[in-house]
Design a protein around this ligand. Sequence first.
Ligand SMILES: [Zn+2]
Length: 129
Amino acid sequence: MSRVPVEHARGEELTYLEALADGRVVFQICDGCGSAVWYLRTVCPVCMSAELREHTSAGAGTIYSLTTLHRAGNAARADDVPYTVALVDLDEGVRVIGDLERALEIGDRVSARPHADGLAFEATEGIER
Ligand SMILES: [Zn+2]
């Protein structure tokens, strides 16, 4: 279970973390070029437009990559090792990072489970490993 250092968050990062705590995964769509953007930003990384609209993901996606950490990435996760994090391509077109709650594989379909400490993914029904 990730533990995000919320006390240091501000701006778009705080907006993202507050949405996770509210049970939502948010991203942006640029009015200038139509790009889907994650992590939340002030300007579009593709066309530099400041016209970014916030959207809530349905939470369905596919594992793009994953790794298991045997040494914590930061001190707040020291008691969690080993833990697995994954890059997940959400169906809306953004790639996000979060914890995997059990062993899955690249290409598996997952559902987002946002919570106050971060973002986790669980297997979509039908995947048995
Ligand atoms: Zn753009």
